[in-house]
Write a new protein. Structure first.
Length: 217
C-alpha cells in the first residue's frame, strides 16, 4: 500500500488504507467520475462514470471542497450539496461511501495534532487507525452484505465493558494480571477504543503525549 500524500491525512488515502485493512469493496461501493464540471448552482456533469455513484455519496477530487456530497445522481449528471462558490472543473473525482467521509471527519476532529518535530506519518497513521475504528462502529451494511455487522460482533463493539479482566479463577487455579494504571483512568471513549486493534493503535499514539491527555490518562 502506498499513499498519494503520506504527509497529510486525506480522504482518498484513508479509503486506500481501509481497503488494505481487509474491508471488501462490496461493503463500501465507490466510483470514478471523469471530466467533472460543477456549476455554482450545484449542477454536476461528468463525461463518464465507472463503478458506483449514487446520491448520498461523498465527492472527492481536485478543487472540490471537503464534505461535498452527491445530492442527486442519474446517468452522468446530478447535483451536489453544498454548491461551490465558484465553478469547478476536474479531470476526475471519486464517489465514496458517506460512511468513509464521516469516519474520517470524526478521526480528524479527535486525533491529536503532533508538534512539527514529529514525522508527519505518525499523525497520518494515527488518524487513519482512529478512522478505521470509527468506521467499524458506524458503517451500515449494503444489501446482501454482513461485513460490518460481523466486525461489530467479533470485536464486541456493541457490548459495554467497564475494563479488561484483571483476574480469573476456578476451583483449582487462578490467574491475575497486573492492570496498567492508565487503564484505570480511561474515559468511555478510551474503553471503546480498546475493543479493536485500530483503536488500540490510536491509544498508543495518544499516550506518547504524556499522562494527562483527556481519554488516555
Amino acid at each position: 500500500m502506498s499513499f498519494a500524500n503520506p504527509s497529510v491525512p486525506n480522504i482518498a488515502d484513508f479509503a486506500a488504507f481501509v481497503a488494505s485493512q481487509g474491508v471488501p469493496a462490496a461493503a463500501l461501493p465507490s466510483g470514478i467520475l471523469t471530466t467533472v464540471s460543477i456549476s455554482t448552482s450545484g449542477a454536476l456533469t461528468a463525461a463518464s462514470t465507472t463503478g458506483t455513484a449514487a446520491s448520498g455519496m461523498a465527492l472527492v477530487g481536485s478543487g472540490i471542497a471537503s464534505n461535498t456530497f452527491l445530492a442527486t445522481w442519474s446517468g452522468n449528471s446530478g447535483t451536489v450539496a453544498p454548491a461551490p462558490p465558484a465553478e469547478v472543473s476536474a479531470a476526475s473525482a471519486l464517489a465514496l461511501s458517506p460512511y468513509l467521509q464521516w469516519a474520517f471527519d470524526i478521526a480528524m476532529g479527535i486525533a491529536l495534532i503532533p508538534p512539527s518535530s514529529m514525522p508527519p506519518i505518525l499523525y497520518v497513521m494515527a488518524a487513519y487507525n482512529l478512522g478505521m475504528h470509527q468506521l467499524l462502529k458506524t458503517a451500515q451494511d449494503q444489501p446482501g452484505q454482513t461485513f460490518f455487522a460481523q466486525q461489530r460482533t467479533t470485536f464486541k463493539m456493541l457490548t459495554f465493558q467497564a475494563g479488561p479482566v484483571a483476574a480469573s479463577a476456578d476451583q483449582s487455579t487462578s490467574n491475575t494480571l497486573v492492570t496498567a494504571d492508565f487503564i484505570k483512568g480511561l474515559t468511555m471513549q478510551g474503553l471503546d477504543l480498546l475493543n479493536t486493534p485500530w483503536g488500540r493503535e490510536y491509544l498508543a499514539y495518544a499516550q506518547m503525549y504524556g499522562s494527562n491527555i483527556v481519554g488516555v490518562s
